[in-house]
Design a protein around this ligand. Structure first.
Ligand code: 13P
Length: 253
């Protein structure tokens, strides 16, 4: 059976209360009124303060809400942090972990990501885990080993049961927010490689069923050709998910 493609909108630190709620209300209204057909799972990740209201707005619709982050600790004296238990208590079912911006600006490391993965899954929250190489890694032909290490230090410490809560997003750092996409060939080769690592570690069932998304300058003009690739199960989209028109074109592609 064909897997349903997943589109995840990572809004990053964009959209205030009004922008978030009106985007969600408008997209639901337009899709309903224009009877826009799509066959994808849609997940939108707004900022922490708007998760609760966002989840209420989309309740019972085709849209799911994800968190962009979670604390690696379960509870306690961690000023400014938000726990998996808190997310669960407002009905959040998925979270993005391991984004390269968390590494670059907040100095998070694979050891922290692993804790975030484990604590999320413990509370039945699905994890969209990001991996990706720098341009320098690619130029030095180290991209395969970089991705392999990122996986071995994190998700490959999970049991097979835990893996069923995971989805991987391959986001080459040089393609994030730059307008540069990886080519179809580069994307397919890397996705196939990631799937082969899951095969070696967990066998064919996990390898066939794990979702592997691509992220990095996806927009409405290139989404179709990217999602067309055999090992691409969906997209993780930043900039082009912020404007309603663009996002509608993407989900309708
Ligand atoms: P852009 O789509 O803006 O390149 O961002 C990709 C990304 O980082 C999604 O998490």
């Amino acid at each position: 059976m064909m897997k349903k493609k997943i589109i995840v909108a990572n809004w990053k630190m964009n959209h205030d209360f009004y922008e978030t709620t009106s985007f969600l209300r408008n997209i639901l209204k337009i899709v309903f009124e224009k009877k826009i057909e799509h066959n994808k799972k849609i997940i939108i990740a707004p900022s922490y303060p708007f998760l609760h209201i966002s989840n209420q707005i989309v309740q019972g619709t085709f849209i799911n809400i994800a968190s962009q982050n979670v604390c690696c600790m379960e509870h306690g004296a961690y000023t400014g942090e938000v726990s998996a238990i808190m997310l669960k208590s407002i009905g959040i079912r998925s979270v993005i972990v391991g984004h390269s911006e968390r590494k670059k600006y907040f100095f998070e490391k694979e050891s922290i990501f692993l804790k975030k993965i484990k604590v999320s899954i413990k509370h039945n929250i699905y994890v969209i885990f990001c991996v990706g190489e720098t341009l320098d890694d690619r130029k030095k032909n180290k991209h395969f080993s970089v991705i392999k290490n990122q996986l071995y230090e994190t998700v490959f410490n999970c049991t097979e049961k835990e893996i069923s809560y995971l989805c991987i997003a391959y986001e080459p750092i040089w393609a994030i927010g730059t307008g540069k996409n990886a080519t179809n060939e580069q994307i397919q080769i890397m996705h196939k490689f990631i799937r082969s690592l899951f095969f070696k570690k967990y066998g064919s069932y996990v390898a066939n069923n794990i979702y592997i998304l691509y992220g990095g300058s996806i927009n409405h003009t290139n989404v179709k050709r990217i999602l067309y690739e055999k090992d691409v199960d969906g997209g993780l989209i930043g900039n082009s998910s912020l404007k309603l028109d663009n996002f509608l074109k993407i989900i309708n592609s």
